[in-house]
Design a protein around this ligand. Structure first.
Ligand code: GAR
Length: 208
């Protein structure tokens, strides 16, 4: 098999999607990828604990201590490069990334969003807010989407999508958990492998 693609998962919170990737990696379901770094923008994110328990290098880089956003992102890129990262998975990473950062990882960075894009997405739609908006609208199906990251929030090409039923007595929390279980935790590891496989193929071709 061709060389593995070293990837990072970037997080801000609980890290259940990170856990799904860790479990899939351990079960041999991401054979073209190697999870080499977990990067958090929140120092006490539980996701960092999950990484440590799995023996994966984990760092927190917070905006504090940097003079501006540019310097902050430069440090992130420096740490990603130092770990040899070729591909990035945003798994509940809730900070805004600049156009320069996004361009640097063009078609090498994906994100999971907890709705069926183009519904309930874009600026201000994250976490429970997405499910609150879906319930307020009265949709009968929602779901999750994995997409490439470009300069438009939640606007990049869609890679995988899965619909999930909405029930009459749903709360945002109930809907969030159902979407995670039925869609997010399956889609994200699958999309990670799909992308790593493509990148590994392209890398092998370049070497020839
Ligand atoms: C997930 O539901 C993810 O889809 C969402 O944040 C949650 C993170 O949970 N992301 C967004 O809303 C991005 N716009 P986790 O930390 O348990 O994986």
């Amino acid at each position: 098999m061709s060389e593995k693609i070293k990837y990072a998962v970037m997080v801000s919170g609980g890290g259940t999607n990170l856990q799904a990737i860790i479990d899939a990696q351990a079960a041999g379901k991401i054979p073209h990828g190697e999870l080499a770094l977990v990067l958090s923008n929140v120092p006490d994110a539980y996701a960092l604990e999950r990484a440590k328990k799995a023996g994966i290098p984990a760092v927190a880089i917070t905006k504090k201590g940097f003079t501006d956003h540019e310097a902050y992102e430069e440090e992130m890129i420096r740490q990603l490069d130092a770990a040899g990262i070729e591909f990035i998975v945003l798994a509940g990473f809730l900070a805004i990334l600049s156009e320069d950062f996004v361009k640097h990882y063009e078609r090498r960075m994906i994100n999971i969003h907890p709705s069926l894009i183009p519904s309930f997405c874009g600026e201000g739609f994250y976490g429970l807010k997405v499910h609150e908006a879906a319930l307020a609208k009265g949709v009968k199906v929602s779901g999750a989407t994995v997409h490439f990251v470009n300069e438009i929030p939640d606007g990049g090409e869609i890679i995988l999508q899965k619909a999930v039923r909405v029930f009459r007595n749903d709360t945002p929390e109930k809907l969030q958990l159902r979407i995670m279980k039925q869609a997010e935790w399956k889609l994200l590891p699958r999309a990670t492998e799909l992308c790593c496989k493509e990148l590994a193929k392209a890398k092998a071709k370049k070497k020839k």
